[in-house]
Design a protein around this ligand. Sequence first.
Ligand SMILES: [Mg+2]
Length: 263
Amino acid sequence: MKAIAKEAIRAVIFDLDGTLYRGKKAIEGAAECIAKLRKAGIMIFFLSNAGTNKREEMARKLIAMGIDAKPEEVYSSAYGAARYIRERYGKGSRFYAIAEKSMIEELEGFGLYFDDEKPDAVVVSLDRNANYGKIAKAYLLVKSGAEFIATNKDPDYPVENGSMPGAGAIVAAVEASVQKKPTLIGKPETRLIDWMLHDRKLKKSEVLLVGDSLITDVAVAKKSGIKSALVLSGITTEKQIKKTRIKPDAVLRSVKELPRMLL
Ligand SMILES: [Mg+2]
């Protein structure tokens, strides 16, 4: 764990599920960890592939668990999709989405308009009311020139007693029909981290990402050129770390151990 020079770290990016909470329950020590880091002047960010909620809602969920969070610290794939479309096509541009209500509100909150006739972009995310009609609509619009965007391709997401199909399942249906890869917003793409560094003028060497997944969290940190700490409170087992070629800079039992490593 000597790989991380603690004086150098000015910002910590936290993954959410499996790192700060599991389902609706905070990981033991998560609230104290965030509070201690903030007190020491370390910037906090929350990085999530979730494409179903607004930043405000995600911050509120953390606050309800006792974890201090601000909406502007949340970089989710839903937020990223909205920002991407606005930066690329401008305010007032149009989108069609296979997505849930909050995601569509996030896009509209960026000054973008829902349009199922001639949109600039088609955003595909997790939509638990997805059906053939929506997939057909996305297919036809991408075929006639709209940019195909996916918030994330997560195969599944955790629920109380296991997991359920994620955005990846719906993206795959559209991808198979249009025979084209989408512009991907969330992990393992580096777009959200690039924006964080840019927004807060941070150097790569000053940032540490903490997450529970080797293939999304540690992989995106490596691709972004920032350091990573893997926590064992989520989906990765100690056995998997021994086998993997994607090596984190540090391994912790949970975020409870993070202040001791950094402060
Ligand atoms: Mg996770």
